[in-house]
Structure formats: structure tokens, C-alpha cells
Write a protein that binds this ligand. Structure first.
Ligand SMILES: [Zn+2]
Length: 273
């Protein structure tokens, strides 16, 4: 169909929650998703983490080989691995196009991580970062908060840095630092760091996947519509599930057609043609 933007889901996994590659493809077919970015989660100290699920780079690769037209493969090589840079370069040669999911218990401005992000930038691999902040109720943090993420973005200006997760989306509101909850609720307070970071850093993008984005964007739909319109070239559709809740939500906002098509696929396609 001329002029129709294909939907790209920039945040997917396989072989997790009892779901396999056939489930992924049937979700995509049912939801009208043309392609997805398929992410790993490999952490060298994952065994020490409560909520860790090993999502291997090799499973991503197998799925990509089986469905090469539907899958854009990502590899989240742990920067603490020996020869991490060599591994990333080798995987890039094998066809991997992005660096992620990056969900480690190190701060995002850790020098080992910066080295990897710079290499990813050189290889034109967008880097997808999961942020979770340390709050008393849940002592499970990843990459630190948005200030560490922004520092990494400034240190790696040639790397497309995509923010995702509760630690990223909580910053939609200006009072995020005072709230002791993973998923803050209530009206958005002006002056959120999310908007500032998107505004100040050309290389920062936002991933709409998971409950974290949906919950944050549901807090104040008037603000959300303005945010999505203002940053229409930086915000990308993703799910982290096999469902269409975010797609339905975006449709319900009745965004300008061009804004909607940028978000559901145009931006992802520009970033990874
Ligand atoms: Zn994920």
C-alpha cells in the first residue's frame, strides 16, 4: 500500500516466559508488525540477580536465521566480558545490527561500558539501555538513573542511545527523584528530566515498550500527546511483550498521521535502514 508505514517493534525477546519463535512470529502477524528488533539479555553475574532471565545471543541469532526478513538481531554483549569488543565486532560481521538489551548492574558511565558504546557507534549499532533506579522498596537497579545515561550519551555522541525501563520513564515527571515507587502515578509535574535529556542530546531516543512507558504515558494524556508530537523523530514503538496494548493506546491518542507513522516504524527504519 503506497504511503503506508510498516510497524516495527523495537523491543522483542524470544524463548522467554515460555514463548518461542513461532509465538513471536504469530504475535507479529496478528498485530500487523512487519519487523522486530530482537534483543538478548546476557549478564555475567546474572545468577546473582533475583529477576534475571538469560536470553541468549545465540537464540537471537537462530531466530534471525530462521526468519531473516522479520528479525533485526541485537546482541547485548556484557562490557565486563573478556574480549567484549572483539565479540561485538565479530557479531556485527555475522549480521547483528544493534547493541542490546543492555541491562547490567553497572553505572551507564562505567568506562568499560563507554568503550563498548563507542564501538557500537562506530559500527552504527543503536544501543538499547534498560534503566532501573535503586529505591528502598526494590534494591534491583540497572545502569543507574537518567543522569548516568545522559553522561554516557554525551561521552558517546556518535552512538544512538535508546532509553527504556522504569528508571527512564519515571523521569517524565519533575518529581521523580522524590517518589519511592518503581512506577510512579499521578499527574505529571512540569520539568521532567526525560524531556530535558531528549531535548539536549541529539543521539538520545526513547523506547515505548513495557509497562514502564505505558504507565508513564497514561498519567497525563494531554502532556503525552505534546511529548510524542514534540519528539516525534525520537520516540519509537516497542512492546517487550506479545501484545498490542501500546499500539491501542497510541491509536486512542489520535495523533497527527505523520507523527503516528514516525513513531510506529518511521524512526526505527531511519535508524536502522
Ligand atoms: Zn526487554
Amino acid at each position: 500500500m503506497p504511503g503506508k508505514t510498516n510497524i516495527i517493534d523495537i523491543h522483542q525477546h524470544v524463548n522467554w516466559l515460555g514463548k518461542h519463535d513461532e509465538d513471536l512470529i504469530s504475535y507479529m502477524d496478528n498485530a500487523g508488525v512487519d519487523k522486530c528488533w530482537l534483543l538478548s539479555w546476557e549478564s555475567v553475574d546474572g545468577g546473582l540477580e533475583q529477576g534475571y532471565q538469560h536470553l541468549s545471543i545465540s537464540d537471537v541469532y537462530k531466530t534471525f536465521k530462521k526468519y531473516p526478513k522479520r528479525i533485526v538481531p541485537f546482541c547485548g554483549v556484557d562490557p565486563r566480558r573478556r574480549d567484549a569488543e572483539d565479540i561485538l565486532e565479530t557479531l556485527h560481521k555475522r549480521g547483528f545490527r544493534g547493541y542490546g538489551e543492555l541491562k547490567f548492574r553497572i553505572l551507564a558511565d562505567n568506562p568499560d561500558f563507554i568503550r563498548m558504546l563507542r564501538l557500537a557507534g562506530k559500527l552504527k549499532m543503536p544501543s538499547l539501555c534498560h534503566l532501573d533506579v535503586d529505591i528502598p522498596a526494590t534494591p534491583q537497579w540497572y545502569l543507574g538513573d537518567i543522569s548516568h545515561f545522559e553522561r554516557a550519551a554525551k561521552l558517546c555522541p556518535n552512538t544512538a542511545m535508546i532509553g527504556h525501563g522504569p528508571g527512564f520513564w519515571r523521569e517524565i515527571s519533575g518529581d521523580a527523584e522524590k517518589v519511592d515507587a518503581i512506577y510512579p502515578t499521578g499527574k505529571v509535574v512540569k520539568g521532567g528530566r526525560l524531556e530535558k535529556v531528549l531535548e539536549a542530546n541529539k543521539n538520545v531516543f526513547a523506547d515505548l515498550s513495557a509497562g514502564s512507558a505505558l504507565k508513564a504515558l497514561s498519567r497525563d494524556v494531554v502532556y503525552t500527546k505534546k511529548l510524542l508530537t514534540k519528539f516525534r523523530k525520537k520516540i519509537m514503538y516497542g512492546t517487550d511483550y506479545y501484545d498490542t496494548r501500546m499500539l491501542e493506546f497510541l491509536k486512542s491518542l489520535k495523533l497527527d498521521k505523520g507523527v503516528f507513522s514516525d513513531i510506529i516504524g518511521g524512526n526505527a527504519k531511519r535508524l536502522l535502514p
